[in-house]
Design a protein around this ligand. Structure first.
Ligand code: IMP
Ligand code: MG
Length: 176
């Protein structure tokens, strides 16, 4: 299976920027000056995190969790596993967990399980994208950028086999 065509634009860079601003406003209202420990799930959430982080009003610290489930395919064949761990002490912190996309929900469930065990004061979740049709476990995020249909998407940090993360827009790719 090869997916080498140029992606079709689903969400332009301008639409993404507008939505991220609105999301940040909602998150700012919620935290209202309380300190945040933003935990970003590598690698996919890196661009979304960078944009969101710079719009947060609260003093915010950053930590990253690396979780892998996809190989070079477009469907998760394995249970997610944590392959890179947190550096911070999460006890008593307001943790905002950020990922690129909520698909089956297994990655977020795995991350929430890990974080909950570290005694944070609070745990909230924010995803750039939500594909509810694919959900395997009923997981819902507190903040969602865009809800999209069941299509494989790339760009704005999301990859297909390591490609397309650098695209400033979100695109769909078709099987060649
Ligand atoms: P989940 O564990 O099935 O919810 O999958 C979440 C992870 O799978 C995300 O962090 C993404 O890295 C990856 N993923 C799911 N759907 C897509 C997609 O359409 N494009 C790129 N990556 C995806
Ligand atoms: Mg990911």
């Amino acid at each position: 299976m090869k997916k080498t065509h140029q992606p079709q634009v689903l969400l332009s860079a301008e639409r993404i920027a507008e939505r991220v601003q609105t999301l940040a406003k909602e998150i700012n209202l919620h935290y209202a000056g309380k300190e945040i420990l933003l935990v970003s799930i590598l690698d996919g959430a890196i661009i979304f995190t960078a944009d969101l982080l710079r719009l947060l009003d609260s003093p915010t610290q950053l930590d990253c969790l690396r979780i892998s489930s996809y190989g070079d395919s477009t469907s998760a064949e394995t249970e997610p596993s944590i392959t890179g761990s947190l550096k911070s002490d999460l006890a008593g912190r307001n943790v905002l967990l950020v990922d690129d996309i909520l698909d089956t929900g297994r990655t977020m469930q795995c991350a929430c399980g890990e974080i909950s065990g570290l005694a944070p004061r609070s745990l909230r979740t924010c995803v750039f994208l939500d594909k509810p049709e694919r959900r395997a476990n009923g997981f819902e995020a507190d903040w969602v950028g865009f809800t999209i249909p069941n299509q494989f998407v790339v760009g704005y940090g999301l990859d297909y086999a390591g490609r397309f993360r650098e695209l400033p827009y979100l695109g769909t790719i078709e099987e060649a």
